[in-house]
Design a protein around this ligand. Structure first.
Ligand SMILES: [Zn+2]
Ligand SMILES: [Zn+2]
Length: 353
């Protein structure tokens, strides 16, 4: 089968590899679509950071060369031994995260921080291929109201749902989302689904227009930081948002998130940071702000994302910029994502196009 294989830094290749065979409890999936994420681009250009390289992963036994891609969905093609609760042809969403189930954190229900975690496309063969195998108990049935092109976006939607759940949001809250990229726009919609008022913040007018379309109550352009800070205060009666979520992953945005949150409020960090901002920690201590990190997903988050997307509460359609065949994934997918001026959210790769 065709697959995009990660070998090393700046070395990904379209290759012919053997089709995977499902072991006991596993399912072979025909991939119906996989979206390329900024993390894939970072691994390609600056990695391997998360991609298992040099020694095998403890849970999966895998290391490079590995099939990349962690935002995918598929159709059941073959059942491994002992799999009974699904049939060939079923459409499924994929919980891409394997955890050990036995460590201190897993035993306490904090699977998102299991130190033995293995993620598809990083520590196991992922979705940029015609087929992959995955444990049957990590697959969630998917209704036909979610199309094959939309389904890969369930993965970043799950990251958004996880963040919203971790934020402890309450009815009546005002929330500000910094960064209106894919994860930011999904987070904004997940907060709207929770019934709160959302202020969307970005430096790009186009992204702010899309934020309005997707339900943001207010939008603020932060190109002028001081003007943005005053506008946010004005929109919150001089108090500040109850929760500020940082999804941009830029150098100064975590500091802004901390500064813009109201006294006693909550800062949620979802971005992945490649630079180290200087932060005055007294601005957290002196105002009793709570700073929360959010990564990966917990049991139940994917099921919730499937419900929200299927029910139209989270609209992923405007975030799909292009659909490209697997054979052109590097030229028309990865290379395009490199352009700093790209007007692209997600590019979905489909085998058999
Ligand atoms: Zn991703
Ligand atoms: Zn664990």
């Amino acid at each position: 089968m065709q697959a995009i294989v990660y070998h090393d830094n700046k070395d990904i290749r379209l290759e012919e590899v053997p089709e995977p065979v499902p072991g006991p409890g596993e399912v072979k999936l025909r991939i119906t679509g996989t979206s390329i994420c900024a993390t894939d681009i970072e691994e390609w250009q600056f990695g391997p950071l998360w991609v298992q390289h040099g020694s095998p992963n403890a849970l999966t036994g895998k290391q490079t060369p590995l099939v990349i891609g962690h935002e995918m969905a598929g159709r059941v093609a073959e059942l491994g031994e002992g799999v009974e609760n699904m049939s060939v042809g079923d459409r499924v969403a994929i919980n891409t995260i394997l955890t050990c189930g036995t460590c201190f954190w897993c035993m306490r229900g904090q699977q998102a921080v299991c130190p033995n975690m293995a993620v598809a496309g990083f520590m196991a063969d992922g979705g940029l291929a015609e087929f992959m195998v995955w444990p049957a108990d990590h697959l969630v049935p998917m209704p036909d109201s979610i199309s094959d092109v939309e389904a890969p976006l369930l993965e970043p939607a799950t990251v958004a749902v996880h963040g919203v759940r971790r934020s402890g949001v309450k009815p009546g809250d005002t929330v500000a989302v910094i960064g209106c990229g894919t994860v930011g726009l999904l987070t904004l919609q997940a907060f709207k689904a929770a019934g709160v008022r959302v202020i969307a913040i970005d430096v790009r007018e186009l992204s702010l227009e899309l934020a309005t379309q997707l339900g943001a109550d207010e939008v603020v352009n932060s190109r002028d930081e001081q003007a943005a800070a005053s506008r946010i205060l004005e929109l919150t009666n001089g108090i500040g948002p109850d929760i500020v979520i940082e999804t941009a992953g830029a150098k100064e945005t975590p500091r802004m998130a901390i500064e813009w949150t109201r006294r006693g409020g909550t800062v949620l960090l979802i971005g992945i940071y490649s630079t180290k901002p200087e932060i005055d920690f007294n601005s957290i201590v002196g105002t009793e702000k709570t700073v929360i990190g959010s990564v990966a997903t917990s049991p139940g988050d994917l099921e919730a994302a499937v419900e929200l997307v299927a029910g139209g509460k989270i609209n992923v359609k405007p975030l799909i910029s292009e659909v490209v065949p697997l054979g052109r994934a590097i030229e028309d997918g990865f290379n395009r994502m490199l352009d700093p001026n790209k007007k692209v959210f997600r590019i979905v790769i489909q085998p058999g196009l």
